[in-house]
Design a binder for this molecule. Structure first.
Ligand code: ADP
Length: 397
């Protein structure tokens, strides 16, 4: 079975064609500048990279171009579109409308329109992606795979905010979380790697990238996560503030003459480690600046690690113990200093990292970086959200 995975953004569209028999990526790539002059498609297959410059006024044009490459004589990996058994679409937010992966039909797309305002930067783009695929591949089975689904198992006392309960019921304002496919994948991989039954494990998964979130996973199910109603909550991120007293926003808006909307853009785009350091949102730049003696870069890195550590502590309490900590995503997989800083000083809780093991050069494999005798295993696991989307889609069929 071959599954096409689509991750549509407002002006971009990433894809992978995966053969589920050996879970092998046959081709992958992405369209850039959809709807903007200078469209470009980067397509990777047969160990080669193909760059196609072509205008893509709409997402339908983009997906048409992708399909053309997939069946192309030189760059292609299939003979015809009929070989694609189904399409799996990544969707950021599900609200309470969808609890699990869902097959696309007209009724489902009406519901998708209704919940689009929950993730105004992401969900409308996913809808464009689905509609484009439906236009170009009529009759093809398609699934919506939600980033939030893995978090649907959080108990009510963990996912609710302490606001008027009637307002929660009416407006569905609550914690939904994000990066669910990644948390699901790496927690499952941790159990597999350790040869343990997921049912028996208490795991904290740290997805640390441009956006970062930390989850508590008990018996294979998410019981809490750091992101909230939107991906603005939790630990400080590249450009996002993470948790902050909302009264401080009102104060800042008044002082800086910002509307609420401008205040939210400020919190999403100008804060986080970029705002604190004044250097960059990229952890490689921050590490270099710290090395060169920049104290605000040092401060940003310290704030990030401290915030992650507090979530680890909180989730150990929520889980009633801990067996495994997993680090994943751009920072989690590539930055030994951050991993070390997050778990530093937690030896009393049975968490000890091995300095040497932790300093390995990323080779894309799973690494156990825990010290001899550490009760808690510390694993670095490369995430693979596309594979989860493909698996979920195949399972639904
Ligand atoms: P996104 O949330 O956009 O998917 P990523 O998971 O790619 O983000 O993470 C981006 C972050 O990961 C950046 O801060 C970057 O510094 C860090 N990162 C990515 N690759 C590397 C690398 N090879 N070495 C060090 N840091 C990296």
């Amino acid at each position: 079975m071959k599954i096409l995975v689509i991750n549509a953004g407002s002006s971009s569209l990433k894809y992978q064609l995966i053969d589920m028999e050996h879970e092998e990526v046959l081709a992958k790539g992405g369209c850039e500048r959809i709807g903007i002059a200078g469209g470009k498609l980067i397509h990777k297959a047969h160990g080669k990279t193909f760059e196609i410059l072509h205008e893509m006024p709409t997402h339908t044009d983009a997906i048409s171009l992708v399909l053309k490459e997939l069946v192309d004589e030189e760059a292609g990996v299939i003979h015809s579109m009929d070989e694609i058994d189904a399409v799996g679409h990544r969707v950021v937010a599900s609200g309470e409308a969808f609890k699990k992966t869902t097959l696309v039909d007209d009724e489902v797309m009406v519901l998708m329109d209704e919940i689009a305002e929950l993730a105004p930067l992401h969900n409308p783009a996913a809808i464009l992606g689905v509609n484009a695929c439906r236009a170009v591949m009529p009759g093809k089975k398609m699934a919506l795979v939600f980033d939030t689904s893995f978090h649907a198992t959080m108990p009510d006392y963990a996912h609710l905010y302490a606001i008027d309960y009637e307002d929660y019921k009416k407006y569905k304002v609550r914690r939904y979380g994000a990066h669910g496919t990644s948390h699901k994948y790496v927690s499952g991989e941790a159990a597999r790697y350790l040869g343990r039954n997921p049912e028996d494990l208490k795991i904290i998964t740290c997805h640390l990238g441009n956006g970062s979130s930390i989850s508590a996973v008990k018996g294979g199910k998410c019981i809490d996560t750091s992101m909230g109603f939107t991906p603005l909550a939790g630990v400080p991120m590249g450009t996002r503030s993470g948790d902050i007293d909302v009264a401080a926003i009102d104060f800042l808006c008044r002082k800086k003459g910002m509307t609420m909307e401008e205040g939210l853009t400020y919190l999403n785009k100008k804060c986080g480690v970029l705002g604190v350091s004044g250097v960059s949102s990229d952890f490689r730049d921050l590490a270099a600046a710290k090395e060169a003696g920049n104290d605000r870069a040092r401060l940003a890195l310290d704030m990030f690690a401290y915030s992650c550590k507090k979530y680890v502590g909180a989730y150990m309490a929520a889980l009633g113990g801990l067996d495994v900590i997993v680090f994943t995503a751009g920072i989690g997989e590539n930055t030994p200093d951050v991993r070390a800083a997050v778990v530093e000083g937690l030896e009393a809780f049975g968490i000890a990292i091995d300095k040497e093991k932790n300093n390995y050069k990323n080779d894309g494999a799973i690494h156990d970086v825990s010290a001899e005798g550490s009760k808690v295993r510390i694993l670095v696991i490369p995430t693979n959200e596309e594979l989860v989307i493909a698996r979920e889609t195949a399972a639904l069929l």
